[in-house]
Design a protein around this ligand. Structure first.
Ligand code: ADP
Length: 631
């Protein structure tokens, strides 16, 4: 059978939620980055625009100051032909006196106009007079016909030229103008002006200013290392021409390595200069100085603008992160608030439930308490009835013992009664026969017999009395004697050897004397019953005491108690005696009596507990404290 096509398991609900949340976060991150990037771009453009405007302003300022400076000297060469000596010297070049005159004149004009040098050249290009005539490297006699400004002037064109001096290598701007007399050119007047001092005012922070000639050779700049370098490599013929005119003396004119990498919206160029040192990226603005074919270039450093744009980007990121965090925080707070409200409601509900439960429980507890108190009353009544029944049972058992003893007691009383009747008859006969002494003796015996009978009945009455079971100090020896008195006749008749041992005579137990006698009579009777068929009949009572207990041991020389009977000894109605002789209540009631007084009735373990293998019972009772004993 073909396997069923496997079906794609749809993602679980929490999984879908997680995905959705993840996608949202990614989108939010992208949006934040886009905003930050936009801010970056905007800040960069704004900073560049500011740079451009300030650069343009500076550029205008610099160009104007240069133009002004040059304009000041434009007219000067033309005015020199107004001097007659100058004209005369050019007409008579050999007149040294005249030359001296002109030299001094030029020197004076040069000083007043603050130009560098002023000199007069003849049509062959040889200097006839110069303001620096006093100096050792004076221009006088120099051939400057190769200089372009001289050639231009000789061609009747106004000569304007920036170049490095061939004598001292000092740069300057050369103004040249033809000297005419009556419309005929006699020579050329030249004024050299130092414009290098302008450079000093151009240095503005990291910005750079360049002035280049028509070939792109930098001849004035705020960066000394860039001087006499070119913006682009020179064409070979240009280089040859420059070398011929010695415009830049012996400078190598190597390229600067400037490259335009882009343009701004405002039309400025972005250029990189990778000359020695770190690569610079700059905003380039230029302006041409038309009549001289020069170009002014103003380069603004882009690094601060870019750094501030970067800072704007970082700030935008930070601000957005803060905003997101604020939103999250507000949401979290709101959620927490809702949770707290829910928790408070739950708590209130639980509290209400608890109150209801407590009320219910309280009422059921009250009901239970009520029931309990009713039960208590019932129980107390039952206990009372039980105690009454127990007491009646004890009394009944006592009566049973008395019943058992009644035959012996009757015999005990019958004997003296018979003797009494005989002795009374005898006494009457003896009195009739006037045997008064014998009659007196008889009467004395009668009196003794009556006293003895009174003692017996007294003991019986005492035993039969209903006792209240409140414990008091009972002299143990007296209780044993009283109990023994009740069974004395049997002991004598059945020739039982009775022994009693007691350490100290005044041992008192905390119980009731009547009840203790009842227990003892019971144990004695059982012992006598057990020894009925025994050869030796010994009944031993031993009293011992510890710090707080009294132990009365009752041992006999009967057959002892077998193990199977021992287990049931204290059960009510357990008896091994023939019907009519035993009720099986003796030990059960005795045990209960002893327990009621805080004692224990127990049978000694093992077959040999008693005398010669008989039984031995021990009554253990609390010892009466000395202060409870009635003196
Ligand atoms: P009853 O004497 O009426 O039988 P008891 O409770 O006094 O009731 O005794 C229960 C049984 O315990 C007796 O029937 C007897 O078998 C046994 N018994 C009690 N004392 C002795 C004893 N000293 N020697 C042997 N057996 C005993």
């Amino acid at each position: 059978m073909a396997a069923a096509p496997s079906q794609a398991v749809p993602p679980s609900r929490p999984g879908r939620r997680l995905w959705r949340r993840l996608t949202l976060w990614v989108l939010l991150l992208v949006a934040c980055l886009a905003v930050a990037a936009f801010a970056w771009r905007w800040a960069e453009n704004a900073a560049i625009e500011r740079l451009r405007l300030s650069g343009a302003q500076r550029l205008d300022g610099y160009a104007l100051s240069l133009e002004n400076l040059l304009a000041k000297y434009d007219f000067l060469p033309g005015t020199l032909e107004l001097n007659k000596d100058v004209i005369a010297l050019l007409q008579k070049p050999g007149d040294d006196a005249l030359r001296g005159e002109v030299n001094e004149y030029l020197e004076k004009v040069n000083r007043l106009s603050k130009s560098t040098t002023i000199y007069i050249v003849n049509l062959q290009g040889v200097t006839q007079a110069a303001s620096n005539w006093r100096e050792p490297d004076s221009f006088v006699g120099d051939d400057v016909s190769f200089r372009p400004y001289v050639r231009d002037a000789l061609r009747r064109e106004p000569g304007g030229f920036y170049g490095v001096g061939t004598t001292r290598g000092e740069p300057g701007y050369f103004f040249a103008h033809g000297i005419y007399h009556n419309g005929r050119m006699l020579g050329v007047a030249t004024v050299k002006v130092n414009i290098e001092k302008l450079e000093k005012g151009w240095v503005q922070g990291a910005d750079k200013v360049l002035l280049t000639d028509a070939h792109g050779v930098v001849f004035l700049t705020s960066v000394p290392e860039w001087k006499y370098r070119t913006l682009a490599p020179l064409e070979p013929e240009v280089r040859r021409e420059l070398e011929a005119s010695r415009q830049y003396f012996s400078h190598a004119l190597t390229p600067l390595g400037m490259r335009e990498t882009g343009r701004t919206d405002g039309g400025a160029g972005i250029v990189t200069v990778s000359d020695a040192g770190p690569r610079l990226t700059m905003l380039s603005q230029s302006r041409s100085l038309a009549p001289r074919k020069w170009r002014f270039v103003y380069l603004s450093d882009l690094a601060p603008a870019r750094a501030s744009a970067r800072n704007v980007f970082l700030f935008a990121c930070l601000a957005q992160a803060l905003l997101v965090m604020l939103v999250l925080y507000t949401r979290q707070r709101r959620r927490l608030g809702r949770q707290r409200l829910r928790a408070r409601e739950d708590l209130q509900r639980a509290y209400d439930n608890l109150e209801t439960m407590v009320a219910e429980r309280t009422s059921s507890l009250q009901q239970m308490t009520h029931n309990l108190s009713e039960e208590n009353i019932v129980r107390r009544k039952a206990e009372q009835k039980l105690r009454q029944a127990q007491s009646e049972l004890v009394q009944a058992a006592k009566m049973a013992v008395l019943g058992q003893m009644s035959a012996g007691i009757t015999h005990e009383l019958n004997q003296p009664l018979t003797a009494l009747r005989t002795m009374a008859d005898n006494a009457r006969v003896l009195i009739e026969r006037d045997r008064l002494d014998e009659a007196k003796t008889n009467l004395a015996t009668i009196s003794q017999l009556v006293a003895r009978m009174g003692l017996i009945t007294g003991q019986l009455r005492q035993f039969a009395r209903k006792a209240d079971a409140s414990p008091r100090a009972v002299p143990v020896a007296a209780a044993i004697t009283a109990a023994l008195f009740l069974v004395e006749r049997r002991v004598e008749r059945e020739r039982v050897n009775f022994r009693m041992s007691m350490r100290g005579q005044d041992v008192h137990a905390l119980c009731d004397s009547n009840r203790l006698e009842q227990v003892l009579v019971n144990l004695f009777t059982n012992a006598l019953d057990a020894m009925a068929g025994s050869e030796t009949r010994e009944l031993t009572v031993a009293v011992e005491r510890t710090d707080d207990r009294v132990m009365i041991g009752v041992a006999d020389s009967g057959p002892g108690i077998p193990e199977d009977i021992r287990a049931h000894l204290f059960e009510p109605f357990f008896t091994t005696k023939p019907q009519g002789q035993g009720l099986g209540l003796g030990l059960a009631i005795s045990e209960q009596i002893v327990r009621e007084f805080g004692g224990v009735l127990r049978v000694e373990a093992g077959a040999g507990g008693g005398v010669s293998g008989g039984a031995k019972f021990i009554i253990e009772l609390p010892l009466a404290e000395q202060e409870t004993i009635d003196v």
